[in-house]
Design a protein around this ligand. Structure first.
Ligand code: B3K
Ligand code: ZN
Length: 873
């Protein structure tokens, strides 16, 4: 199949102003009648044929302005419907199709989950419901009539507001929904079934009353309260932070068990993976509570950034996704700890996006070509897309940024836009030329910035020299410099920020690195400063600086920027771990700098007030972080060993402080998932994790006690996780107990799957294979697959990368199995291979064999074929 290119974008030859849909629900033969008010697009080709998209569709009939078309007038296949000579003016096209929701295992279009009907249309699922101009720049007003059995589907939902309902005979009933806001087909949704509901209301800033409803399976209503609170908080925040008000009389969220991703922002009717709705103190961890809040917010914020203003084409995906991730990050920062949120986001960015950028799947925030759009819902489009917006705000300043957002909403409401149109708003409000800025959207790869500094005691100057390079990525051999905002501070010997004087005048702390090299000379610098570079991670770059470990550890204790206090410890630890991993391979040992242990130990100091922040300081760089730093000839076992050795050394040095902290941080009282309580728990678990380093018997005993006495799911899961890292009786006892307690709850069993799949023990492959055969596992449910196979592939570096290749074979085998039933999930699993080229030769060879095996399979889905082809290119 031909790739799609941004350069080949053309406006649609036809427009659809109104859509009337009529669904007659039936598990295996749902009839869909679509009546479309169409007209030629003045911006399109006059006289062009009308070509509608389809996907596995069965056509029943077609009529234009009431007259049935015969077969000769049509060119029809399951994938398209072409009408050679449509009317030249406005006309009504009526199409009847028949679909089989029960057989829809791909979970795109209309499908069934636990007896309910639901839809997923982004990106190209609507064409699995009816033939359509299934592209985001065709905006129409939708009216949807749903008819179904009253007993099995008391609930009939779609976008907008319900305008009519009633009986339809023979035990059936119907409802009609109308959404007044023009939207593209990917935002269409339908849900029908028998669900419980939690209801509330919200009064908007202009005083309009909005009914709020969260639908979940009967008996789960008590687990929907946190989601409901999160909706209200999101609505309020978007009014305060961006002046955005909700625009319908009802806002609905539905939780379903079978869902290919997290959630979907359909207008007025968000459909969610139940994992990101359901929470109660007995069943959810602190992390679950935080995720639900963030994802509810994300989907709600799409109402303006995505729904009211949408994307012209799928290349512009980051227009809505990068921006909406930025908005949900800001929401969380305002509600919880801003520095801790920043640290978590940067950890995540590095783990996922930097890894993507460094391997064969690298692509720009706005790709220029794709074979399968589903494979571009990536950390690059989402998370790097958000970083580019955050960086823009840092660079042009808060006021110009907010004014640019206001202008964007004002100017483009109701439109399908491009990144150029978005960026133009900020060029206008800031008065800056943003031509070079566009490289952030079009150039793939993580820029690497080298910083060299020099203090001249006689001249009292401090020079900072920078150099930026971006390495070649697939399809982009040549790179050009990007505009990098570097927020910088000079920290004096007393720990205070020194004034920044450049060219005889006070300077702002945000410096622009737009050329390959730059040189900034600070004047009147009375004493040698320690530079604090890229404060708050002001740009998504990889930094290599000449700041010594000693100076970094000084920053760790003194920097006014909390992000860099955390980063300083990470950098020192990472330098050690890279050296230690090399030493392991040579059979040498690398002593741990006592000052590093001391810096980590400060996290457990009784004086430390911010537990969540301290917990971040105490968690070492991940094995993935170390592998990325090493970059080539990677040996995952050596990395694991080096990290484990460091944990043991920290345990040995800090044992007393750790035990004291673990005891001091004990607590009782009712569970609350708020950020402070969660931070407290995370610091206590960080102490426990170090106490159990190397399988220390006392540490394991503490973990076992916590597991047994846990009064909330966070302590229970986290203690089980600590136990699971160390082979032995405790581990097996906890795992068996957990399965006994929660075997009936699929979302809790997902945690149990995930912990076993990610344990770095030699039996992991056997265990995962055994668990795949267990009754709690279900290959048709994406949550189960991700918890077991996904976690193994992406969260278990030593066992996925076993030198004998069994880890690769396992993941490739499951992807092959899912290739025909759910290609999207299959392709996602293969993301585990995105770093294969960086491995040492033996593993690299075995990973390649697994990928080549897949490539040679007959009937590869476009999703899997695309990933395999790019991974091998
Ligand atoms: N927009 C959806 C993602 C759709 C993915 C389609 N393969 C959820 C989100 O980002 O909010
Ligand atoms: Zn989104």
């Amino acid at each position: 199949p031909r790739p799609v290119r941004l350069s080949e974008y053309r406006p649609s030859d036809f427009l659809i102003d109104e859509v009337h849909l009529d669904f007659r629900l039936d598990p295996n033969a749902t009839q869909v009648t679509a009546r479309l008010r169409m007209r030629p697009n003045p911006a399109g080709d006059a006289g062009a044929a009308l070509k509608l998209d389809g996907d596995e569709l069965k056509l029943v009939s077609v009529a234009i302005d009431g007259a049935k078309l015969d077969a000769e007038a049509l060119d029809v296949s399951p994938e398209s419907l072409v009408i050679a000579n449509p009317p030249r003016g406005a006309f009504e096209l009526e199409i009847v199709t028949e679909i089989d929701p029960e057989a829809n295992t791909r979970l795109m279009g209309l499908y069934r989950s636990n007896r309910s009907y639901c839809t997923q249309c982004e990106a190209e699922g609507f064409r699995r419901i009816t033939y359509f101009l299934d592209r985001p720049d065709v905006l129409a007003v939708y009216t949807t009539r749903i008819e179904g059995p009253a007993d099995e589907c008391p609930l009939l939902l779609s976008n907008g507001e319900m305008i009519e309902n009633g009986p339809a005979g023979e035990g059936r009933h119907y409802a009609v929904w109308r959404d007044p806001w023009p939207k593209p087909s990917y935002l269409f949704a339908l849900v029908a079934g028998d669900l419980g509901v939690v209801e509330d209301r919200f009064v908007t800033m202009s005083g309009r009353d909005v009914a709020l409803k969260v639908f979940v399976e009967h008996g789960q209503e008590h687990r929907a309260l946190h989601a409901m609170e999160s909706i209200k908080a999101s609505m309020k925040w978007d009014e305060e932070a961006f002046g955005r008000e909700y625009d319908l009389g009802v806002f609905m969220v539905v939780a379903v068990s079978h869902f290919n991703m997290g959630a979907m922002e359909n207008k007025g009717l968000n459909v969610f993976n139940d994992k990101y709705v359901l929470a109660s103190p007995e069943t959810a961890t602190d992390g679950d509570y935080a995720n639900i809040e963030a994802i509810i917010a994300h989907e709600y914020f799409h109402n303006w950034t995505g729904d009211r203003i949408t994307c012209r084409d799928w290349f512009q995906l980051c227009l809505k996704e990068g921006l909406t991730v930025f908005r949900d990050q800001e929401f969380t920062s305002d509600r919880r700890s801003r520095p801790v949120k920043r640290i978590q986001d940067v950890r995540n960015l590095r783990a996922l996006q930097f890894a993507e950028d460094a391997g064969p799947l690298a692509h720009p925030v706005r790709p220029q070509i794709y074979h399968e759009i589903n494979n571009f819902y990536t950390p690059t489009v989402y998370e790097k897309g958000a970083e580019v917006i955050r960086m823009l705000k840092t660079w042009i300043g808060e006021d110009a940024f907010r004014a640019g957002m206001d202008l964007y909403f004002d100017r483009h409401d109701g439109q399908a836009c491009t990144i150029e149109q978005f960026v133009a708003c900020f060029a206008e409000t800031s008065g800056r030329d943003l031509t070079q800025w566009m490289r952030w959207y079009d150039q793939a790869g993580t820029p690497e910035v080298t910083v060299r500094t020099a203090y001249d005691a006689d001249a009292k100057t401090f020079a900072v020299e920078t150099q930026q390079i971006t390495r070649p990525t697939p399809g982009q051999p040549e790179k050009r410099p990007v505009v990098i905002p570097m927020t910088l501070g000079l920290v004096g010997p007393d720990g205070a920020d020194m004034p920044l004087i450049v060219g005889g005048a006070p300077a702002e702390p945000v410096f622009t690195l737009a050329e390959e090299t730059t040189r900034i000379v600070f004047e009147n610098v009375a004493e040698r400063p320690v530079p604090s570079l890229f404060r708050n991670f002001s740009a998504p770059v990889k930094l290599d600086s000449d700041v010594s470990d000693e100076d970094l550890l000084f920053l760790a204790g003194h920097d006014s920027d909390p992000f860099n206090r955390w980063q300083a410890v990470q950098t020192v630890a990472l330098r050690h771990l890279v050296a230690a991993a090399a030493a392991v391979r040579e059979g040498r040992e690398t002593p741990v700098d006592p000052r590093l242990a001391e810096a980590v130990g400060r996290a457990f100091d009784p004086e430390e007030r911010d537990c969540a922040f301290a917990a971040q300081v105490a968690s070492l760089p991940s094995e993935g972080d170390i592998a990325r730093e090493i970059a080539q000839d990677v040996d995952p076992d050596a990395i694991h060993r080096a990290r484990d050795d460091l944990k043991r050394a920290l345990r040995a040095r800090l044992a007393d402080a750790l035990s004291a902290a673990y005891a001091r941080l004990a607590y009782d009282g009712p569970y609350s998932p708020d950020a402070a309580s969660a931070g407290h728990r995370s610091l206590r678990i960080a102490a426990l994790d170090l106490l159990a380093a190397g399988g220390d018997a006392e540490g394991l005993a503490l973990a076992m006690t916590l597991y047994k006495s846990a009064e909330n799911m966070t302590d229970r899961v986290m203690s089980m996780q600590v136990l699971s890292l160390h082979a032995g009786a405790e581990r097996e006892e906890a795992l068996a107990d957990f399965a006994g307690r929660y075997g009936h709850d699929p979302l809790l069993m997902d945690k149990w799957f995930l912990i076993q799949a990610s344990a770095p023990l030699p039996d992991a492959v056997d265990r995962v294979e055994g668990l795949m055969a267990s009754p709690a596992f279900d290959m048709r449910n994406p949550n189960r697959v991700r918890s077991l196979i996904g976690a193994f592939g992406s969260g278990n570096p030593t066992q996925f990368n076993r030198p004998d290749g069994r880890g690769y074979a396992l993941v490739a085998g499951v992807a092959a199995e899912l290739n025909s039933t759910n290609p999207q999930v299959a392709a996602r699993l293969l993301g585990a291979f995105r770093t294969w080229r960086a491995l040492e030769p033996n593993r690299r060879g075995r990973a390649e064999t697994a990928l080549r095996g897949l490539a040679g399979m007959p009937n590869l889905s476009p999703d899997v074929r695309d990933i395999v082809r790019r991974a091998l290119s």
